[in-house]
Design a protein around this ligand. Structure first.
Ligand code: SF4
Length: 286
């Protein structure tokens, strides 16, 4: 396999073969993210991707899952994605699921028929960065998407029978908007009813525009105890009717939580209330 720059993948794809179908992010403007800032966006050629997959076939015995990197490979033209999925099916007949990340807009740009075709050729789950359900927080971090578009993208994935996994960021509203961020993120999860909802916790580093806000005092970050308080309010505001796996098992989190909502809501709140030890700041990672 050939990779360019730093590679990111969701925790749940830790054992997946990673195919770097695109380089970088088409958007690259969120103020809390610099994961792909050094990369100029491009789509790799189908020939290169076939070569990578053939190479991987020679080295790996059993490939159960394949993840298409980088930031939002769903932006690729559907014809090219279908060519790749078809090659994967032929080359890795044992592969049970292909996944990728998407911006909400990438989902909205696909027709229902395109999404259904992708699912029929193996695209089983799509990860979408939601970050917050609060319109003001989305605007302040320059997410480039509205609350309504986020909800619509998840409903569109469900209509195509593709699993959706949404991530949100604890602490993204700072001390000024933590309450609105918590309540509106809980209610957006309730309205979307994604199959999976995960919490990351904000980490700011030099180079991120939001880090500059921190330095000049226009953004104040939450303490670990305030993050837990925000998480409690967020979970209290999740009221889903269909099953949603909720987790905070990312390297950035102070505390690992997991449960299937709605039935485990009290259990998750109890995990939170009885937390004795939080991950030390120096062990948190992006
Ligand atoms: S959060 Fe996602 S969409 Fe925003 S800049 Fe980072 S990779 Fe791109």
């Amino acid at each position: 396999m050939r990779y360019e720059g730093q590679i990111y993948r969701p925790p749940s794809e830790a054992n997946s073969l990673i195919l770097q179908a695109t380089i970088g992010c088409t958007y690259n403007k969120c103020t809390f993210c610099q994961s792909f800032r050094e990369k100029k966006f491009r789509i790799r050629t189908t020939e290169e991707l076939f070569e990578d997959l053939s190479m991987a076939r020679r080295y790996y015995g059993h490939v159960r899952r394949i993840y298409l990197a980088d930031a939002n490979a769903l932006c690729m033209p559907s014809e090219q994605l279908l060519e790749i999925l078809s090659f994967i099916r032929k080359t890795f007949p044992e592969c049970e699921r292909v996944s990728t990340h998407a911006c909400a807009q990438d989902v909205l740009n696909k027709t229902p028929e395109e999404l259904t075709d992708l699912r029929e050729w193996g695209m089983g789950i799509i990860y979408v960065g939601g970050e917050s359900g609060n319109p003001e927080v989305l605007r302040l971090v320059n997410k480039g998407v509205t609350r309504e578009e986020l909800i619509e993208s998840v409903h569109k994935l469900r209509a195509a029978k593709i699993l959706s996994s949404l991530t949100f960021i604890s602490g993204l509203g700072g001390t000024r908007l933590w309450r609105e961020h918590a309540i509106d993120t809980g209610t957006i999860i309730s309205e979307m009813e994604p199959d999976y909802a995960s919490l990351l916790t904000l980490i700011l580093e030099p180079g991120m525009p939001l880090f500059d806000d921190l330095v000049n005092g226009t953004f104040e970050r939450l303490s670990p105890q305030q993050v837990l308080q925000e998480t409690r309010l967020l979970i209290e505001n999740i009221n889903v009717k269909r099953s949603c796996v909720f987790r905070s098992n990312h390297a950035s989190n102070y505390l690992s939580l997991r449960g299937t909502l709605p039935m485990d809501k009290e259990k998750v709140l109890n995990q939170l209330a009885s937390a004795k030890r939080l991950k030390p700041e120096e062990f948190r990672l992006l």
